[in-house]
Design a protein around this ligand. Structure first.
Ligand code: HEM
Length: 88
């Protein structure tokens, strides 16, 4: 995916709960690499982010049908690449 396009998907659809890679609803379930390795179903990889964004999980809404497959792939690339750089 295209991380640059994913950044704008993130700011429009994810940052309300995940600004700066944090999580305002479940504070331990951040988008930092260590938390994704521990909590994200399927591990620290783009396919696992795509799955959770498409289907949602608990209090996180599903974006399948609201975002295009391309938008979801791009935001997954953005999340994984930004986590690798520590959200700085
Ligand atoms: C968890 C991505 C939108 C609430 C997560 C996780 C990822 C993620 C990768 C796993 C974090 C972990 O397990 O450490 C995204 C993306 C979004 C988005 C890319 C936009 C497309 C939102 C929004 C909300 C939200 C808008 C709040 C309304 C949550 C919650 C969890 C979570 C509550 C924890 C779910 C659980 O394990 O029970 N998100 N998120 N997310 N997200 Fe989002």
């Amino acid at each position: 995916g295209d991380a640059g396009a994913g950044a704008s998907v993130f700011s429009g659809n994810c940052a309300a709960c995940h600004a700066g890679g944090q999580n305002v609803i479940m504070p331990e379930k951040t988008l930092q690499q260590d938390a994704l390795e521990e909590y994200l179903d399927g591990g620290f990889n783009e396919a696992a982010v795509i799955k959770q964004v498409t289907n949602g999980k608990n209090a996180m809404p599903a974006f399948g049908g609201r975002l295009s497959d391309d938008d979801i792939a791009n935001v997954a690339t953005y999340v994984i690449s930004t986590a690798k750089s520590g959200w700085d």
